[in-house]
Structures are given as C-alpha cells and as structure tokens.
Design a protein around this ligand. Structure first.
Ligand code: PHE
Length: 453
C-alpha cells in the first residue's frame, strides 16, 4: 500500500521513460491500424491530415499528460482529484478507464492474430500459396470461432503476467530491448516492397494526395488514429508520467516518442502499399490488410522464412508493450484507490477485459451479423474508443493543463522547477489553450455529422 511519505516507484533511467512511452505508442497502431486506415481513407491526403493532427494536437496532448502525471504523482483518476480537488475533472480519468477496457478488448484479439502468424511462419504455411490463397487463409482463421480466442487468451495472459510482476521490473525491462530490431526489419521490408514489379501504384497512393477522397469522417479517423497511435486521451502518459523522475526532460521525451512513433507508421505504410498494388490486393481491405499483404512480400524475399518469423515475433512484442500500458492505467487506479492488492487487481482486470474481447473476436465470424449502429462489435469498440472517447479525453486534458492548472504549475513542471530553459513553453501554452481544443472540437463535431461546415 502506498502512503504519501513513501517514494513512488519510478522508471530507473532516462531511457526508461522514453522506452516505456515509446513502447506504449509503438504497436499494432503503427503497423496494423495505420495502413488499413490509410487504405480505407484514400491514401496520401489522409496521411497529410494525420501528420498535421500529430504535430498540432498529438504533441501538446502528450506533453499535457506528462505534466499532469508527474505533477500529481498519481493514477489517472487521482491525478485529477489531487490537482483539482472537489471538481468534476476526475471524470476524465473515468472516461480513460472505459477507453482502456474497450481498446484492450479488441487490441488483444488482433494481438492474438499475430501469435497465430508466428506459428504460421514457423511452420512455413505461406509457402507456395498465391496471393488469393494467402488472403483466404486469413479469412478462414479469423472467422473460426475458437482458434483466435485461444491466441487472444494467451496474449492477454502474457500481458497480465508482465503487469503482475510490477512496474519497474516489468514494463521497463521488456520495453527497451527489441524495438530497434523491429525498425531494421521494416526498413528491409520497405526496400523489398518498393522494388517489387508493379509497386509504383502504391507509391503514388502514398505520396500523391487526392483531397477529393477525404470526407469529414476521414478527418475524424485521422485525428482518432493520431490519439490511438500515440496512446493519448486515456491516461497512459499520465500514469507513466507519474512514474517519471523529476529530473526527466518532459518536452524532449514527448518529441522523441512522437517522432519514433510517426516514423514507424510511415515506414510500415511504405512496406505495405507498394506490395498491395503489386499483388492486386484492395487498399481498402480493412483489418486484414497487413496480414494478407506482408506474407506475400516475405514469399518474394530471399530469407523470407526467417524475416516472416522475426517480423511477427517483434510485432507481437510491440503489441505486448502497448497492451501492458493500457492494463497499467486500470491496475494503477484500482489498486491504489480501492486499496486492492496489485496482484489481485491485475488478475480481475485482465480477466474482465479478456471476456469483453470474446464478442470482438466472434464478430469476425459467427457474430458478424450482429450489428450495433451498423457496426460489428469489434468495429463499434474501435470507433467509440478512438473516435469518441480518446478525442474527448485529449480535449479535456489540454483544457485542464492550459486553463485550469495555472500557467505557473505547468511551467514549473516542464522546466523541472526552473532548472531547464524550455523556450518552447509559450508556444505550447498557446497551442494547448486555443489551437488544439478548437481543432479537436471542429473535427469531432463535423466528423460525427453533428455540425455541418
Ligand atoms: N498506441 C498503441 C498502438 O499504436 C495502442 C494504444 C492505444 C495503447 C491507446 C495505449 C492506449 O498500438
């Protein structure tokens, strides 16, 4: 149990915070979700809007989350209670809890798919298959009622187990080792994909913007994906910020994590779209895009067997470091505020989220006809979390730091009580005060069709 006189657990080193925050940000969002969202929303124009969202909204929201967490030294709900006692701001933390449940439910399902693909790689199952057959293999797998559930359970067990073993020992150790290797493999994939015959269509799709393809919903998708990919809007960076030492440079950490996350997404896009066009796969194929495209690329590479295996292993690990960050948000809250032992909280929460994931998984097959607001259960959780809850969370988080916390508290936090220069601070404050909240509101209301511009 924690008392205020006890020292809160902290990441051990400078690399700790950046590795853990980057570990959270970099995951299926970059390699699975970014390409299929890009494909569904028309390509280059979507990417441009996405990049603007990252720069203008993502960066100030991430810094705001770090500021709140490190200042308050508490979980996402209590942070607001400490910094704004007696005010309803803590509801933002509760919203984060709901987002965490929704996101990890479907995230665990897709992460489970990566485990199946490790096995498929290991047993050389793609060998000799045509692109159509590789596609049919994916469709057959996800619509099977039991097999994806088996893998989802294994994945959720692993995530729970890491959180069970504690903050510094768990998150930090697993976060900082393997991501550079993943980047290396993606670069190799990029080279192979770009040099495939027929790749030029994909390069055009990525770099020649056609803004007529971009709808109001496309803008909302881009903003929602910016939040999803950077792990913003639900308190991951607040929770992690509370474990960061008072010596860390929050501005630098924000910038480095954002750049790494964005670079990996773009590199993943560059590996996928040239191949999508080369193999005549539909760019708008949806959640299966990566799982259908990349095995075909591996088939066309010397050493493809090894690359395929390594890629899916690293993708699963990237998913794991993201999943544990989501779990940590909930576990930190429940164990600290309800005084439930961390171990017990971890088991209960992991089990509950896994259960919520079951209908997500089944909605790819036996439950595909069960629709809510015209969406499958999987799509509903994805849309409601990324495009509604995270965005609203980010909106309130920037408002909180820029308007409620008071200039002085935020400034002291980014300058480490005056010992760092932080010359960017006035710009940050201006963007967090006016630009980001207004931009979020316009994209949100317009995207949902509540306001027509
Ligand atoms: N950012 C993670 C990814 O890109 C997913 C995530 C979303 C993690 C929200 C935490 C919170 O895979």
């Amino acid at each position: 149990m924690e008392t205020s006189s006890q020292k809160r657990e902290q990441f051990g080193s400078r690399l700790g915070i950046i590795a853990a925050a980057a570990g959270s940000a970099i995951g299926l969002g970059n390699i699975w979700r970014f390409p299929f969202m890009t494909g569904e929303n028309g390509g280059a124009a979507f990417i441009i809007v996405y990049l603007i969202c990252i720069a203008l909204i993502g960066i100030p929201v991430m810094l705001s989350e770090f500021i709140i967490g490190r200042r308050a030294q508490k979980n996402v709900v209590s942070s607001f209670k400490v910094l704004a006692p007696g005010k309803p701001w803590f509801l933002v933390g509760w919203m984060g809890m709901i987002s965490a449940f929704m996101i990890l439910a479907f995230y665990g399902v897709v992460a489970g798919w990566t485990l199946e693909y490790i096995l498929k790689s290991l047993t050389n199952s793609f060998a000799g298959k045509t692109p159509q057959e590789v596609g049919a293999m994916f469709g057959g797998f996800i619509s099977n009622p039991l097999r994806p559930l088996f893998w989802q359970f294994i994945f959720m067990f692993l995530a729970g187990w890491i959180i069970y073993s504690g903050v510094t020992k768990g998150i930090e150790r697993y976060s900082k080792i393997l991501m550079p290797l993943l980047i290396l493999i993606i670069i190799i994939l990029d080279i192979r994909a770009i040099t495939l015959p027929g790749a030029s269509g994909g390069i055009e799709f990525l770099f020649k913007p056609d803004f007529s393809k971009l709808t109001a919903l496309g803008f909302l998708n881009a903003l929602g994906h910016a939040f999803f990919s950077l792990s913003l809007g639900m308190g991951v960076m607040i929770t992690y910020g509370s474990y960061v030492s008072k010596k860390e440079h929050l501005g630098n950490a924000t910038l480095q994590v954002t750049i790494a996350d964005t670079a990996i997404a773009l590199m993943a896009g560059l590996a996928i779209f040239p191949a999508v066009f080369a193999f005549s796969i539909k760019p708008s194929a949806g959640p299966g895009l990566v799982f259908v495209t990349l095995p075909n690329v591996f088939l066309k590479m010397p050493g493809g067997y090894i690359f395929s295996l390594l890629f899916f292993v690293l993708l699963a690990i990237a998913a794991l470091t993201s999943a544990i960050s989501i779990l940590e948000v909930v576990v930190a809250y429940v164990s600290e505020d309800f005084k439930i032992a961390r171990h017990k909280a971890t088991i209960i929460i992991t089990a509950a989220i896994t259960l919520l994931g079951i209908p997500c998984s089944l909605s790819m097959g036996v439950m595909s006809n069960v629709k809510f607001f015209g969406k499958t259960f999987f799509d509903l959780l994805d849309f409601a979390s990324s495009n509604v809850l995270l965005i609203l969370g980010g909106f309130f988080i920037t408002l909180f730091v820029a308007w409620h916390m008071g200039k002085d508290a935020a400034r002291r936090e980014v300058t480490n009580e005056g010992s760092l220069p932080a010359r960017y601070y006035p710009y940050f404050l201006f963007v967090a005060k006016y630009i980001a909240p207004v931009a979020i509101l316009i994209v949100f209301l317009h995207g949902l069709g509540i306001v027509k511009v």
